[in-house]
Design a binder for this molecule. Structure first.
Ligand code: FAD
Length: 442
């Protein structure tokens, strides 16, 4: 039914995520090229009692995309199917990457309203985990979804339109409701950003979080534990002409500085952890101020070659100042400090069932550790602080919560569970991670 002539069989073998902290051995890996093929695969798998999981770009830090069943890769389903310039709605196949999508949209004079700090994710993977950027007036990527085509757990093709109640439940699904084959996104006219980066005092930023959040269309800061000052990035929409950095300075700053040199520094820190506070001071003092104007998608995303693990929590914005001060105190006593700065961002409220932004403006706190270095004690201390504010962990990043704890943080939890029961009654899309964070289907 889905022989090798139809959905490409890409063999078997161990599959790892980007960070290398999750691995699985799928029974089979298939690359379908159409919704019909996906439907055939899922209906056959469901009839045989087998499990199915899609992996996007594998950039989640959790085991959310891992399976020992059948793994689907939708990289061949990467077309733009329809562009409606008037409504600025664009229908795309779910395997397209944010990188390709942004460039194709730009050719049509359109853009996604916001992006995170990389763009290599698949559109479906990013939406399914509520991937976000920063901006107090902007929701995560899932909030741009105005239509979807999914294949449910029995192989049925389900079309979800903008006015369908499912449209506020299905986008942030962790792959638990179906295989997303198409999404329709509400875009905006393409725009430029003026990026200005400054060095500011942490205490000043934390004493007026609202002011900081409102200080730019996209405001964020990076704070190195132990330092008193932070690198603040503010991106504002502008009509100013392009003022791009030269290729030489991009290679120097983005590739050599942020990746090659930083990778070396991280290896030194992992080998000699006692040197980390001193190295951290050097890294922090080497950050300089920058100013440029470029197309939005080029400003948002940067290459990330130094591999790390990450945990990120969204907490009510009004708690952010106090929470970061508590994190600051916790980082004074770490046995294995990190050379990665803590990243602080903000986002708007939305009404999507399992969206981390449901019903509240979030302040985001992200902690990182170099791959292979101990992270548990650091992350768990920060998690405890975030949990005390009813924090919602990013669905694609590390955390220790289970379904019982998460259910209390999502008012529409039961609605999502009911939809899951109807779309995937036999748990075709289950894996160990979903069993932990969403609980059993029934
Ligand atoms: C270096 C780095 C930087 C990052 N920066 C940010 C950031 O700035 N902001 C942010 O919010 N996050 C960020 N993330 C997290 C990342 O955006 C999310 O983990 C995202 O889900 C990854 O997308 P992916 O395509 O790799 O999906 P995967 O990790 O492969 O999958 C994620 C989930 O989506 C499901 N899925 C994927 N495709 C489909 C489909 N077609 N149908 C059904 N289910 C599907 C998978 O089964 C899985 O449950 C970053 C991660 C890394 C490694």
């Amino acid at each position: 039914m889905y022989g090798r002539g139809m959905a490409r069989w890409t063999g078997s073998g161990v599959v790892r995520n980007w960070a290398g902290n999750q691995a699985c051995l799928p029974a089979e890996v298939l690359s379908p090229t159409s919704t019909e093929q996906v439907a055939a695969i899922v209906s056959r798998a469901s009839a045989d009692g087998r499990r199915v999981k899609v992996i996007g770009a594998g950039h989640s830090f959790t085991a959310t995309a891992m399976t020992d069943g059948m793994m689907l890769r939708l990289g061949s389903m990467d077309r733009i199917l329809e562009v409606d310039r008037e409504s600025m709605r664009v229908r795309v196949e779910a395997g397209i990457t944010l990188h390709d999508l942004s460039r194709r949209l730009h050719e049509h004079g359109l853009a996604l309203p916001n992006l995170g700090d990389i763009d290599v994710q698949s559109v479906a993977g990013a939406i399914s985990t509520a991937t976000h950027g920063t901006g107090i007036g902007l929701g995560n990527l899932a909030t741009t979804v105005v239509g979807m085509v999914i294949v449910d757990g029995t192989g049925r093709v389900v079309r979800i339109e903008a006015d369908d109640p499912l449209c506020s439940i299905a986008p942030v699904s962790l792959g638990a409701l179906g295989v997303v084959c198409e999404v329709t996104l509400q875009c905006v006219p393409s725009f430029r950003l003026h990026a200005h980066e400054t060095i500011e005092r942490l205490d000043d930023l934390l004493s007026d979080v609202d002011g900081f959040a409102a200080s730019a269309d996209h405001a964020e800061f990076f704070w190195m534990p132990g330092a008193r000052r932070c690198q603040v990035k503010r991106n504002d929409r502008t009509d100013a002409p392009l003022d791009r950095p030269s290729r030489v300075s991009v290679v120097r700053d983005k590739y050599l500085g942020e990746n090659v040199a930083f990778g070396t520094v991280c290896r030194v820190g992992r080998r000699w952890p006692r040197a980390v506070p001193r190295i951290a001071k050097l890294v922090s003092s080497s950050v300089s101020e920058r100013d440029l104007v470029d197309d939005s998608f080029r400003v948002f995303a940067s290459p990330r070659h130094v591999r790390f693990v990450e945990m990120e929590y969204g907490i009510p914005l009004e708690c952010l100042g106090e929470a970061v001060q508590r994190v600051r105190r916790a980082t004074e006593h770490l046995s294995f400090p990190s050379l990665f700065p803590i990243e602080v961002r903000v986002s708007a409220a939305d009404d999507l069932a399992l969206s981390t932004g449901f019903g509240r403006r979030n302040g985001w706190v992200a902690v990182h550790q170099y791959r292979g270095a101990p992270f548990e004690s650091y992350f768990q201390q920060v998690a405890a602080i975030m949990d005390s504010y009813g924090g919602r962990p990013h669905w694609g990043k590390m955390h220790w919560l289970d379904a019982a704890a998460l259910a209390e943080r999502y008012p529409r939890w039961e609605e999502f569970a009911a939809v899951r029961r109807s779309l995937d009654p036999d748990g075709t899309f289950r894996n160990e991670y979903l069993d932990r964070v969403l609980g059993p289907v029934g």
